[in-house]
Design a protein around this ligand. Structure first.
Ligand SMILES: [Zn+2]
Length: 453
């Protein structure tokens, strides 16, 4: 796998064992932020970029919009604060200052953190546990809207013009994630923002953003052996061609309405009895469900001389009385066999996890993706979203690779409880560092047998 040159040693096993993964990730984030162009002049220079970036990040990481103001109060009362000890922020910037500075920062300047995070997982040999179908990793692409307003807007808003003259401004992004059927964690990768120049209809925009993402990151993530998962939008020939050209495989939803030629071919082959079938009966509680898989290899994707050949499969789940409770069909470049048809359908179906585990978690479980943290005139909205995604990625990495963090998260009843506690503790107590905070929580919960340090 290729990483940007500045990502050197990754994270050594020793540092991981000492529970210092958080510190090394944060150090990397600071290094990224220090490398950002600083377009400030005159009196704006009171705070360093090193304080502004981690300042914004700390708010998302602690999921506490008031984190910085609490730490300012603590500093005034006690002479020390957690923004400094945990996040290394020497001088706490105010929210307005952070917003005005980050508005100038292009979100893509922060993207090299994402491969760094995948690298951290790689060292923990974690992506291997995501491997499926001949050692490949599933990468789901999906567009999500995270901002919409009739009034607030910036240079990078998408604009919808209504017949009555009103306008709706919005921001959306393709947010790719690594996932696996049956795993409740997803690993976010670099987002690609859907920007106005890409067109006016959402689908055109998402399509173009997905193409940009594939062309830009194909090489970077090639080592993962990725299979791109997408909805019906991703099973059109131009996108499939780019996916293949960039070295990925694909499994995408393929609806009859949008693939008329392909389904005409399939109907003909069906009449000839050429479609293979596999049936599996399962017991779910008291009821019996039957999964019927039908598949056929080498069928043209569209009606043109240069149509690429794809392999098609369909899963239909029925109850004993014949009622259909699930049906979906997929196309892929992978040869479908009796041995892998179930796995391929399962992978195609896992795409919904990007909505469930990623987009919904980001929107509803503390990250408040749709909350307007500040919009700015240029990049603020997208840069804040990127920092929010990075904090989600940090949490995921910690949950996977940091023993103390994982034990704490498992010991507490809900994600919310952990962050409620984090908010309250950091408001009242100054900890020496992140590790000290975790140790305090572990002791409080009377959890023993954690490695010292
Ligand atoms: Zn905007």
């Amino acid at each position: 796998m290729r990483y940007p040159e500045k990502i050197e040693n990754g994270i050594s096993a020793k540092r991981k064992a000492q529970g210092l993964l958080f510190d090394s990730m944060l150090r990397q984030l600071r290094a990224e932020i220090m490398g950002l162009p600083d377009r400030r002049t005159g009196k704006n220079l009171t705070y360093s970029m090193e304080d502004i970036g981690p300042g914004a990040f700390s708010v998302f990481f602690t999921q506490s919009p008031s984190f910085l103001s609490f730490q300012k109060t603590m500093q005034m009362n006690t002479g020390k604060n957690n923004a400094d000890t945990i996040f290394g922020i020497e001088k706490i910037p105010c929210d307005n200052h952070i917003r005005s500075i980050l508005d100038e920062v292009c979100p893509s300047d922060l993207y090299s953190m994402f491969p760094y995070i995948v690298n951290a997982m790689d060292e923990a040999e974690y992506p291997d546990s995501f491997r499926i179908i001949n050692d490949n990793i599933l990468i789901a692409l999906d567009g999500t809207q995270y901002f919409s307003s009739d009034k607030i807007h910036c240079d990078n808003c998408s604009v919808k013009n209504h017949k009555n003259g009103k306008k709706t401004y919005s921001h959306s992004a393709v947010t790719p994630v690594i996932l696996k059927p049956g795993k409740n964690k997803v690993i976010p990768l670099d987002p690609e923002f859907i920007t106005p120049q890409d067109g006016h209809q959402k689908q055109d925009c998402e399509n173009a953003a997905a193409k940009r993402w594939l062309c830009q990151y194909g090489l970077q993530y090639k080592g993962l052996n990725g299979i791109i998962l997408g909805d019906d939008l991703y099973s059109r020939q131009p996108l499939c061609e780019i996916i293949l050209k960039e070295g990925f495989h694909f499994i995408s939803v393929c609806k009859p309405d949008s693939h008329k030629t392909l389904y005409e071919w399939l109907a003909d082959f069906d009449k000839m009895g050429a479609i293979s079938t596999k049936e599996i009966r399962r017991q779910t509680g008291k009821r019996t469900e039957t999964d019927t898989y039908r598949y056929f290899n080498h069928v043209p994707l569209r009606d043109s001389d240069d149509a690429i050949e794809v392999n098609w499969c369909e899963q239909t789940t029925t109850l004993a009385d014949g009622a259909v409770i699930y049906q979906n069909s997929f196309v892929t470049d992978l040869e479908i066999t009796e041995d892998n048809v179930i796995e391929i359908a399962k992978a195609g179906r896992a795409r919904w996890k990007i909505e469930n585990e990623n987009n919904n978690v980001l929107k509803t479980k503390g990250y408040n993706l749709e909350h307007n943290f500040g919009h700015g005139k240029k990049h603020l909205s997208s840069t804040l979203l990127t920092l929010n995604l990075l904090s989600f990625a940090f949490h995921t990495v910690l949950e996977i690779t940091d023993k103390k963090y994982r034990i704490l998260r498992e010991a507490l009843p809900a994600r919310k409880t952990f962050f409620d506690d984090l908010r309250a503790l950091t408001r009242y107590i100054c900890f020496e560092n992140w590790n000290d905070l975790l140790n305090f929580m572990l002791r409080g919960l009377e959890i023993e047998n954690i490695d010292s340090g």
